[in-house]
Write a protein that binds this ligand. Structure first.
Ligand code: AMP
Ligand code: FE
Ligand code: FE
Ligand code: ZN
Length: 285
């Protein structure tokens, strides 16, 4: 069984539709994918239908934008009920904040000498969730940068010259919300990019013991070999689930091809068992 538990579609900042994503998963011999678009469930029905068509199991997921002491952290939620009011209200709040910052960042870019409008950025977002990758795509379309990576490296990174903060859920609160929606909470790429400093092992331990965090993503392109070994030993010691995934974004992240990292089937089964215990939403096939 080949299982990739973290992928994105054009409903958020991936570049392929949910149907294309599932077709591509079939083509690289994946049996299971989780669609975890940023802050929305909007691609799940299409992905699930495509899963039936292509013979791929689609685990319903989401990647929730969270914050720990001012730093952005991503929390994966598997099997959440989409109609849960508390979770839905949180998503609405995040989505509104995402939309509000687009004109602010357009103004900052224009002031820096790269004239761009909010409408030009919005035209790059094909789905529900709008974010910096779409600003990057608009910068590419204007000929200001070559690709998303250059846009982030030069302007859009968290510590870059055009960054505007947005609302993100408190990480500990996010775990509780995911649980109350019947889901399983797994921290995405905990030691990727800038997040390592705010998630030391003693804080991860607190999240496990006091907030009942369910698992951590370990096999990810942002984690080097030493990081993987440390986190895997820690997860086993604390009886947490550990996962591997591509964090596929289509052409948006060329270093993350679909299926580049996969999840052990026993860990996947453990996630399904937790979802079942909480009365969450299991895959339809
Ligand atoms: P936002 O959702 O607006 O906070 O933007 C964060 C998203 O930007 C992440 O989910 C990544 O998919 C993407 N991202 C972050 N850094 C890079 C990068 N260097 N190159 C391409 N995409 C990136
Ligand atoms: Fe993304
Ligand atoms: Fe992420
Ligand atoms: Zn992701």
């Amino acid at each position: 069984m080949r299982i990739d538990l973290h992928t994105h579609s054009s409903v958020s900042d991936g570049t392929v539709t949910p149907t294309e994503l599932v077709a591509q998963a079939k083509a690289v011999d994946l049996d299971v994918i989780a669609l975890c678009d940023h802050d929305t469930f909007a691609g799940l029905d299409e992905a699930s239908d495509a899963g039936t068509l292509y013979g791929v199991t689609v685990l319903p997921g989401i990647e929730l934008s969270c914050k720990v002491r001012g730093t952005s952290i991503h929390m994966l939620g598997y099997g959440c009920h989409r109609d849960n009011h508390e979770l839905q209200a949180e998503l609405d709040k995040i989505q509104e904040s995402r939309r509000l910052r687009i004109p602010l960042m357009a103004a900052q870019l224009s002031a820096l000498g790269f004239p761009i409008t909010a409408a030009e950025i919005e035209a790059q977002a094909g789905g529900v969730t709008i974010g910096r990758p779409h600003i990057a795509d608009a910068l590419v379309a204007k000929g200001y940068v070559a690709d998303r990576r250059e846009a982030f490296d030069r302007y859009l990174a968290d510590d870059g010259p055009v960054y505007v903060e947005r609302y993100e859920t408190d990480l500990e609160h996010a775990i509780a919300i995911i649980h109350r929606a019947g889901g399983v909470a797994v921290i995405a790429h905990p030691w990727g990019r800038s997040s390592r400093e705010v998630l030391p092992l003693d804080y991860l331990e607190l999240l496990a013991k006091q907030c009942h965090l369910d698992g951590i993503e370990i096999f990810h392109t942002d984690h080097d070999e030493a990081t993987r070994e440390t986190l895997a030993a820690w997860a086993q010691q604390h009886d947490l689930v550990w996962t591997g995934s591509s964090d596929y974004h289509g052409a948006g992240k060329p270093d993350n091809p679909l299926g580049i990292n996969v999840t052990d089937p026993a860990q996947y089964q453990a996630i399904l068992a937790l979802i079942a215990t909480r009365g969450g939403t299991l895959p339809t096939r």
